[in-house]
Ligand binder design. Structure first.
Ligand code: DAH
Length: 345
């Protein structure tokens, strides 16, 4: 081989070593592999670039200069690549390889209020817009506010309907929000326009009852209040909550704390009043109402000769289930807390 060809051969070898070193380094997947490559090219004994550097003194001076220059340049490049790759693999930013900050994000699942919380807000909103004030009275209550003061003396058979949990002879888990009526009257601020929404308990559990449910109680007391005011407020509520096509009717009934008393029916959402298997009569029952009994007004410290009023009250869950677009076959599903069910509302 002529001198020139030897130099060219050496130089080609260096260039191709540098090329393959850079390629291997950039493909290295971890620090161990990178360390292997460092040894392959630079270990004192067998490193491929190290060997050429070590043998430089054996070359003739001119050859040494050219080959030396090239091999040093290759050494600098390869070492730089090793260093860069090493910091890339060890820094947390190594994860940036796969991180594409321009890719669309994964949307966080969005929660929503429980359907009964939504219903309570809707109901209180409807009454608040016509001047009623939201209240919440005790859920553990005395016999007086729950029964006796509402004209249901001890041992009166009417009490049976309330399926009450007694804590002691005198303390109950309130079975209805009517227990808030006297408490509201005792505030001594007339006129009264209250909407009391809170939790009630009864010894009942079947497809249309849960042991703990929410009720809302309206109470309006002022001068010259009549049944037509009651009917107007109830119609307003029914049309806002159920839709303008859902008529209501008042049916005579008996409650001890109102006189006269009514049950309120709303036209059935399934048959629109024609009568079907669900409602039979074309109407479904919403709840109770009536003109506040003079004795109850007296118990609340209000003069029945000067003031009169009406009251109404019924369950939030039941009312919600009677919306036309809601089809829940068992009221207890509402409180099972199954996300698959609740998600739908
Ligand atoms: N509290 C009654 C119940 O739980 C419903 C009721 C009837 C409330 C008549 C009233 C009313 O305010 O006037 O069945």
């Amino acid at each position: 081989m002529t001198r020139l060809r030897v130099i060219i051969w050496e130089m080609e070898k260096i260039v191709s070593l540098q090329k393959s070193a850079l390629k291997e380094i950039s493909a290295a997947k971890d620090l161990d592999e990178l360390e292997g490559l460092r040894r392959k090219y630079f270990s004192k004994k067998s490193g491929e670039l190290a060997k050429i550097i070590k043998d430089l003194p054996k070359l003739e001076p001119e050859k040494r200069r050219e080959v030396g220059q090239l091999v040093n340049q290759a050494k600098v490049e390869v070492e730089k690549a090793l260093e860069e790759k090493s910091s890339q693999l060890s820094a947390p930013s190594s994860q940036l390889d796969w991180l594409d900050i321009t890719a669309p994000g994964i949307p966080t699942p969005e929660g929503h209020l429980h359907l009964i919380t939504q219903a309570i807000r809707e109901i209180s909103g409807i009454f608040e817009r016509i001047g009623f004030v939201r209240r919440r009275y005790p859920e553990v209550e005395t016999d007086w506010y729950t029964f006796e003061g509402l004209n249901m003396p001890k041992n009166h058979p009417a009490r049976d309907e309330w399926e009450t949990f007694f804590i002691t002879d005198n303390i109950v888990l309130t079975p209805h929000t009517s227990s808030g009526q006297l408490r509201e009257m005792e505030r001594g601020q007339l006129p009264i326009r209250m909407i009391n929404i809170s939790r009630c308990a009864r010894r009942q559990s079947d497809i249309s009852h849960v042991p703990i449910h929410y009720e809302f109680e309206g109470l309006l007391i002022d001068k010259n209040v009549s049944i037509s005011h009651l009917k107007g407020v109830l119609t307003h509520f029914a049309q806002e909550f159920f839709g303008p096509e859902r008529k209501i009717r008042l049916r005579p009934y008996d409650f001890r704390f109102t006189e006269p008393s009514f049950e309120i029916d709303v036209i059935c959402h399934l048959c629109q009043g024609k009568g079907c298997r669900f409602c039979e009569s074309g109407w479904t029952e919403l709840g109770g109402a009536g003109m506040v009994h003079p004795k109850v007004l007296e118990n609340g410290g209000i003069d029945p000769k000067e003031y009169s009023g009406f009251a109404f009250g019924w369950g939030v869950e039941r009312t919600y289930l009677m919306k036309s677009n809601v089809n829940i076959p068992d009221i207890r599903l509402i409180y099972k807390n199954d996300i698959r069910f609740l998600k739908q509302f």
